[in-house]
Design a protein around this ligand. Structure first.
Ligand code: CU
Length: 170
Protein backbone atom coordinates (compact mmCIF):
# COMPACT_ATOMS: atom_id res chain seq x y z
CA UNK A 1 0.00 0.00 0.00
CA UNK A 2 2.75 2.39 0.97
CA UNK A 3 4.57 1.74 -2.26
CA UNK A 4 1.45 2.37 -4.31
CA UNK A 5 0.97 5.75 -2.66
CA UNK A 6 4.52 6.77 -3.41
CA UNK A 7 4.13 5.94 -7.08
CA UNK A 8 0.85 7.82 -7.17
CA UNK A 9 2.39 10.90 -5.61
CA UNK A 10 5.32 10.74 -8.00
CA UNK A 11 2.92 10.87 -10.94
CA UNK A 12 1.26 13.89 -9.40
CA UNK A 13 4.64 15.56 -9.00
CA UNK A 14 5.54 15.13 -12.64
CA UNK A 15 2.27 16.72 -13.59
CA UNK A 16 3.07 19.62 -11.26
CA UNK A 17 5.04 21.88 -13.54
CA UNK A 18 2.67 24.17 -15.37
CA UNK A 19 -0.35 22.04 -14.67
CA UNK A 20 -1.26 22.92 -11.10
CA UNK A 21 -4.98 22.90 -11.89
CA UNK A 22 -5.33 19.48 -13.47
CA UNK A 23 -3.37 17.52 -10.92
CA UNK A 24 -6.09 17.74 -8.28
CA UNK A 25 -8.77 16.56 -10.73
CA UNK A 26 -6.74 13.55 -11.75
CA UNK A 27 -5.89 12.51 -8.21
CA UNK A 28 -6.86 8.95 -7.38
CA UNK A 29 -8.52 8.02 -4.11
CA UNK A 30 -5.13 7.11 -2.63
CA UNK A 31 -3.67 10.51 -3.49
CA UNK A 32 -6.59 12.36 -1.98
CA UNK A 33 -5.73 10.89 1.41
CA UNK A 34 -2.50 12.86 1.26
CA UNK A 35 -3.00 16.46 2.36
CA UNK A 36 -2.18 18.96 -0.33
CA UNK A 37 1.11 20.83 -0.25
CA UNK A 38 0.39 24.54 -0.12
CA UNK A 39 2.74 27.31 -1.14
CA UNK A 40 1.84 30.91 -0.36
CA UNK A 41 3.92 33.78 -1.70
CA UNK A 42 4.56 36.38 1.03
CA UNK A 43 6.56 38.91 -1.00
CA UNK A 44 4.85 42.29 -1.62
CA UNK A 45 4.13 42.38 -5.36
CA UNK A 46 5.17 46.03 -5.87
CA UNK A 47 8.46 47.80 -5.11
CA UNK A 48 11.53 49.62 -6.36
CA UNK A 49 14.72 48.40 -8.01
CA UNK A 50 17.34 46.96 -5.66
CA UNK A 51 17.56 43.98 -3.37
CA UNK A 52 14.35 42.13 -2.57
CA UNK A 53 13.65 39.19 -0.31
CA UNK A 54 11.53 36.65 -2.14
CA UNK A 55 9.55 34.56 0.33
CA UNK A 56 7.19 31.63 0.17
CA UNK A 57 5.38 29.91 3.03
CA UNK A 58 5.12 26.14 2.63
CA UNK A 59 2.50 24.20 4.56
CA UNK A 60 0.55 20.98 4.60
CA UNK A 61 -2.76 20.63 6.43
CA UNK A 62 -2.17 24.03 8.04
CA UNK A 63 1.24 23.07 9.43
CA UNK A 64 4.55 24.62 8.40
CA UNK A 65 6.80 22.39 6.32
CA UNK A 66 10.49 22.84 7.15
CA UNK A 67 11.77 19.69 5.49
CA UNK A 68 11.21 20.45 1.80
CA UNK A 69 13.43 18.37 -0.49
CA UNK A 70 13.88 21.27 -2.85
CA UNK A 71 12.81 24.91 -3.10
CA UNK A 72 14.01 26.71 -6.19
CA UNK A 73 13.12 30.32 -6.91
CA UNK A 74 12.71 31.06 -10.60
CA UNK A 75 12.73 34.73 -11.62
CA UNK A 76 12.25 36.18 -15.07
CA UNK A 77 11.16 39.38 -16.76
CA UNK A 78 7.79 39.20 -18.51
CA UNK A 79 8.16 37.78 -22.02
CA UNK A 80 11.68 36.49 -21.28
CA UNK A 81 11.03 33.16 -19.62
CA UNK A 82 13.83 31.69 -21.74
CA UNK A 83 16.27 33.85 -19.78
CA UNK A 84 14.96 32.97 -16.34
CA UNK A 85 17.31 32.36 -13.43
CA UNK A 86 16.66 29.58 -10.94
CA UNK A 87 18.32 29.41 -7.53
CA UNK A 88 17.97 27.34 -4.39
CA UNK A 89 16.55 29.04 -1.30
CA UNK A 90 19.12 30.36 1.17
CA UNK A 91 17.04 30.55 4.36
CA UNK A 92 14.15 28.71 5.96
CA UNK A 93 12.33 29.53 9.19
CA UNK A 94 8.87 28.39 10.35
CA UNK A 95 8.03 27.14 6.87
CA UNK A 96 9.09 30.38 5.18
CA UNK A 97 11.71 29.80 2.50
CA UNK A 98 13.54 32.82 1.15
CA UNK A 99 16.24 34.11 -1.12
CA UNK A 100 17.63 37.56 -1.94
CA UNK A 101 17.17 38.80 -5.46
CA UNK A 102 18.29 42.09 -6.99
CA UNK A 103 16.05 43.69 -9.59
CA UNK A 104 18.26 45.96 -11.68
CA UNK A 105 15.69 47.58 -13.95
CA UNK A 106 12.10 48.73 -13.82
CA UNK A 107 9.71 46.23 -15.33
CA UNK A 108 7.14 43.51 -14.85
CA UNK A 109 8.67 40.30 -13.50
CA UNK A 110 7.44 36.93 -12.40
CA UNK A 111 8.78 34.65 -9.76
CA UNK A 112 7.85 31.05 -9.24
CA UNK A 113 8.86 29.15 -6.12
CA UNK A 114 9.18 25.53 -7.26
CA UNK A 115 8.59 23.50 -4.12
CA UNK A 116 9.13 19.76 -3.80
CA UNK A 117 8.16 18.33 -0.42
CA UNK A 118 6.31 15.35 1.01
CA UNK A 119 6.44 13.73 -2.45
CA UNK A 120 4.55 16.60 -4.06
CA UNK A 121 5.42 19.54 -6.26
CA UNK A 122 3.70 22.93 -6.02
CA UNK A 123 4.65 26.05 -7.93
CA UNK A 124 2.53 29.21 -7.73
CA UNK A 125 3.29 32.11 -10.06
CA UNK A 126 3.66 35.61 -8.61
CA UNK A 127 3.76 38.81 -10.65
CA UNK A 128 5.97 41.57 -9.27
CA UNK A 129 6.10 45.15 -10.48
CA UNK A 130 9.42 46.91 -10.11
CA UNK A 131 9.63 50.71 -10.38
CA UNK A 132 7.66 52.65 -12.98
CA UNK A 133 5.57 50.49 -15.26
CA UNK A 134 2.69 51.52 -17.54
CA UNK A 135 -0.69 49.77 -17.68
CA UNK A 136 0.18 48.85 -21.24
CA UNK A 137 3.34 47.05 -20.07
CA UNK A 138 1.37 45.14 -17.46
CA UNK A 139 -1.18 44.07 -20.09
CA UNK A 140 1.60 42.94 -22.43
CA UNK A 141 3.27 41.05 -19.57
CA UNK A 142 0.07 39.19 -18.74
CA UNK A 143 -0.45 38.26 -22.37
CA UNK A 144 3.12 36.97 -22.66
CA UNK A 145 2.63 34.93 -19.48
CA UNK A 146 -0.63 33.41 -20.74
CA UNK A 147 1.15 32.44 -23.96
CA UNK A 148 4.09 30.92 -22.07
CA UNK A 149 1.67 28.84 -19.98
CA UNK A 150 -0.26 27.69 -23.04
CA UNK A 151 3.03 26.65 -24.65
CA UNK A 152 4.02 24.67 -21.55
CA UNK A 153 0.73 22.77 -21.72
CA UNK A 154 1.16 22.10 -25.45
CA UNK A 155 4.72 20.86 -24.98
CA UNK A 156 3.53 18.59 -22.24
CA UNK A 157 0.74 17.13 -24.37
CA UNK A 158 2.92 16.61 -27.43
CA UNK A 159 5.74 15.20 -25.29
CA UNK A 160 8.32 17.72 -26.47
CA UNK A 161 8.99 18.98 -22.99
CA UNK A 162 12.73 19.54 -22.66
CA UNK A 163 15.09 17.79 -20.24
CA UNK A 164 15.37 20.76 -17.91
CA UNK A 165 11.61 20.93 -17.41
CA UNK A 166 11.47 17.23 -16.73
CA UNK A 167 14.13 17.54 -14.07
CA UNK A 168 12.33 20.49 -12.55
CA UNK A 169 9.15 18.44 -12.37
CA UNK A 170 10.88 15.94 -10.15
CU1 CU B 1 7.98 23.44 -10.77
Amino acid sequence: MKKLMVIGAFGLMLAGCGMEKNSADNASAAEQEVKELEVQVLTEPVGETGEWTLEAFVSQGGEAVNDANEVKFEVFEAGKKDESVKNDYTDVKDGVYSIKHTFQEDGVYYFIPHVTARSMHTMPTQQVIVGQVTDEEIRAAEEAMAKAKAKMMEDKESGTKDEEDMKDGM
